[in-house]
Design a protein around this ligand. Structure first.
Ligand code: FMN
Length: 147
C-alpha cells in the first residue's frame, strides 16, 4: 500500500474542505493517507512517504496561499527523487482570469525541480468548492491508481 501525505494550505477553509474529499478518494483507491496543514509541516517529513499531494489556493495576484510560502522556499534544493506527486487547488477565474490557480502550477514546477514525478493531471477547482467535492474525491481515487 502506497504511503501518501496530503499537505494543504488554506486561508478561508476551501482547500482544507477539499482535502478531506481528496483524502477519502485516495483511501478508496488503496493509499494509506496522512493529511497535514502546511503550517505545521516540515519539508523533511516528505522523506517518509512514497507519494506527495499538495493542495493550495491562490492569493494576491497569482501567489501561493500564505502558509505555503515558507514551505515552498524550503523545498528549494530538497531531493524528491523517486517520489510520486500531484497537486490540486481552488481559485476563481471570474475575478482572477490571468492568475487562475497559479499556485497549483507553481507547486508542480517546484516538485518537478526536486525530482518528483507528477503522476496525474492537476485539479483546479473554479469558484464554489462544495459542488466539486465529488470531483475532488474522484481525483483522489485517480491519483491513488497512479501510485
Ligand atoms: C484577495 C484575494 C486574492 C485572490 N487571488 C486569486 C488569484 O490570483 N487566482 C485565483 O485563481 N484565485 C484567487 N483568489 C480566490 C481564492 O483562491 C479562492 O477564494 C479559494 O477558494 C480560497 O481557498 P482557501 O480558503 O483554501 O484559501 C483570491 C481571493 C482573494 C480574496
Amino acid at each position: 500500500m502506497a504511503k501518501a501525505i496530503l499537505i494543504y494550505g488554506s486561508t478561508t477553509g476551501n482547500t482544507e474542505a477539499l482535502s478531506g474529499h481528496v483524502a477519502a478518494g485516495l483511501k478508496q483507491g488503496g493509499a494509506d493517507v496522512t493529511v497535514k496543514d502546511v503550517s505545521t509541516t516540515d519539508v523533511d517529513e516528505l522523506a517518509s512517504y512514497d507519494a506527495i499531494v499538495f493542495g493550495c489556493s491562490t492569493w494576491g495576484d497569482g501567489d501561493l496561499q500564505d502558509d505555503f510560502i515558507d514551505f515552498h522556499a524550503d523545498l528549494n534544493g530538497a531531493s524528491l527523487d523517486g517520489k510520486k506527486a500531484a497537486v490540486f487547488g481552488p481559485g476563481d477565474s471570474d475575478d482572477y482570469p490571468d492568475t487562475f490557480c497559479d499556485a497549483v502550477s507553481i507547486l508542480e514546477e517546484a516538485l518537478k525541480k526536486c525530482g518528483a514525478d507528477i503522476v496525474a493531471e492537476n485539479l483546479k477547482i473554479d469558484g464554489d468548492v462544495e459542488p466539486a467535492f465529488q470531483d475532488a474525491k474522484a481525483w483522489g481515487t485517480k491519483v491513488a491508481g497512479a501510485l
